[in-house]
Ligand binder design. Structure first.
Ligand SMILES: Cc1ncc(COP(=O)(O)O)c(C=O)c1O
Length: 481
């Protein structure tokens, strides 16, 4: 193949008409999914799809029109349709269109956020977005943070900073024979246990606090901190969750924060799901006390409806994050003595990194913090509507009051059934319902029992969609009982 033809393809692909063809494809996708027509998910198996894509490496290129046509024919129809109003699955958003369009810009300018010289505007916008988020969390002028690949990495970074504070020479010498303990609630995201393993602390050094009404039991936490202190164990951090994965519940950050301050313990708040409540006048009270945290994980790609990925770790003192990643790389980082560096690579796990802050900044310009807060409220109001519908339905049991946009419930039928049989039935209902294509929900275990779970991440979902989801599930439940 001649380089001339590749060069000419690159230039013609940069043209307005090709750009419009791509954008038109996405707009058609939006149109075909957001009105609720069509399937929510594919009926095909992974093997079916692998057959479609199992082909020899394309050696020669194709016309751009053929590539776009193939995207429309072979890719889009079998993607899960998160903008469909009955898509109620995991904590992945029906993304804001303005943020979707910004993705093309982010890729086009391709600024690497590790160092200011590679991203003069991007690093500054990232710092500004981080500053706004620190302000919302009630952090002072020393605070800072960085974008991460997700809540899992944000919690990793927060706890790495906690490790550095607890064992300042851990970077060089490791954590020693008696590593400190990390305390978290029983409903903490699995990323916490993973981090404990990754940091070399050993998962045996995780202490798990039971819940009351799906929130960390603060008295049990106090007793555990007392016990660890009597045993002479160092506590590296307490991890509280603001918006648990299973039920969207909020730990009592005020009480936990005060307790941590009393004991001089680092508090990390995993607000990957729920920290966006800070945007909402109606829900921000659930985060009262968050300013007592030393570090916070917050995912705009969840409740700020950003497309994947946009996540942030915030620290009350930016120096903690810099200490955590203390790297020397003279070919890359050129901070002047004493001056704050704009190089985010100093505070971040990754080297090459996208400026995910662009789309968050654009969404804030377009909708304002109040607009995003109103969306947060709307999604939570939908969870309340669903809860009311579950309570009113004789064949379902409500399991908790929703504190955010996540709701778990269980099909119990009209006749008494053994719990084990209901476990199997609920699992089967979810599988059959999702396969039907009319909607998409998830399932989890609560208190040892299999339950159904919805996460309302799409502002287009209406009360009629919620009612229909329950009705369709009940029909399957009756048929399989
Ligand atoms: C409470 C909580 N923390 C962390 C995460 C992980 O976030 P991410 O998938 O962005 O890594 C999740 C995701 O579901 C979550 O619910």
């Amino acid at each position: 193949m001649s380089i001339h033809s590749v060069l000419s393809d690159i230039e013609s692909d940069s043209s307005l008409s090709i750009a419009q063809a791509f954008v038109a494809l996405v707009a058609r996708y939006f149109a075909a999914t957001r009105d609720g027509s069509g399937r929510v998910s594919t009926p095909l198996t992974a093997d079916d799809l692998a057959l479609r894509f199992g082909e020899p490496l394309p050696r020669g290129g194709r016309d751009i029109e053929a590539v776009i046509a193939r995207l429309e024919r072979d890719v889009l129809p079998d993607c899960n349709r998160l903008t469909h109003p009955r898509s109620m699955g995991h904590q992945v958003s029906a993304p804001l269109p303005v943020a979707v369009w910004t993705e093309a810009l982010t890729a086009a300018v391709n600024q690497s956020g590790a160092v200011w010289e590679m991203s003069p505007v991007g690093t500054v916008i990232e710092a500004q977005v981080v500053r706004w988020m620190c302000d919302l969390a009630g952090f002072g002028p020393d605070a800072g943070g960085t974008f991460t690949s997700g809540g899992t990495e944000a919690t990793f970074a927060g706890l790495l900073a906690a490790r550095q504070a607890a064992i300042p020479d851990a970077w060089k010498r490791g954590v020693g024979a008696n590593p400190p303990v990390v305390v978290c609630g029983e409903h903490a995201h699995y990323g916490v246990a993973r981090t404990i393993g990754e940091l070399g602390l050993g998962t045996d050094n995780a202490s798990v606090i039971p819940s009351k009404a799906f929130k960390m039991d603060v008295e049990a936490l106090r007793r555990e901190l007392d016990r660890l202190s009597r045993e002479g164990r160092m506590v590296m951090a307490v991890v509280a969750t603001a918006g648990t994965t299973a039920t969207g519940s909020f730990d009592d950050l005020e009480s936990i924060g005060r307790l941590c301050e009393e004991r001089g313990v680092w508090l990390h708040v995993d607000g990957a799901h729920g920290a966006s409540a800070l945007l909402s006048p109606d829900h921000s009270h659930r985060l009262a006390g968050i300013h007592r945290a030393r570090s916070i994980a917050w995912d705009p790609h969840k409740m700020m409806l950003m497309p994947l990925t946009a996540s942030v770790v915030l620290v009350r003192d930016e120096a903690d994050l810099e200490a955590a990643f203390s790297q020397r790389a003279p070919y890359l980082f050129h901070a002047g003595a004493g001056a704050r560096s704009w190089d985010q690579g100093l505070r971040s796990f990754t080297c090459s990194r996208r400026i995910d802050a662009f789309k968050v900044w654009v969404a804030l310009q377009r909708h304002g913090a109040d607009g995003l807060g109103a969306l947060y409220d709307h999604l939570c109001a939908n969870a309340r509507l669903m809860h009311a519908a579950v309570v009113a339905h004789p064949e379902f049991a409500a399991l908790h009051e929703p504190e955010s946009n996540i709701l778990c419930f269980r099909y119990v039928g009209r006749e008494a059934m053994a719990e084990e049989r209901l476990d199997a039935l609920n699992l089967r209902m979810r599988e059959e319902y999702n396969r039907s294509g009319t909607g998409w929900i998830t399932t989890t275990m609560l208190g040892g029992r299999r339950v159904l779970r919805v996460t309302l991440m799409n502002p287009r979902t209406t009360s009629a969609d919620l009612e229909r989801t329950l009705a369709d599930l009940a029909e399957i439940g009756r048929a399989r009982s």
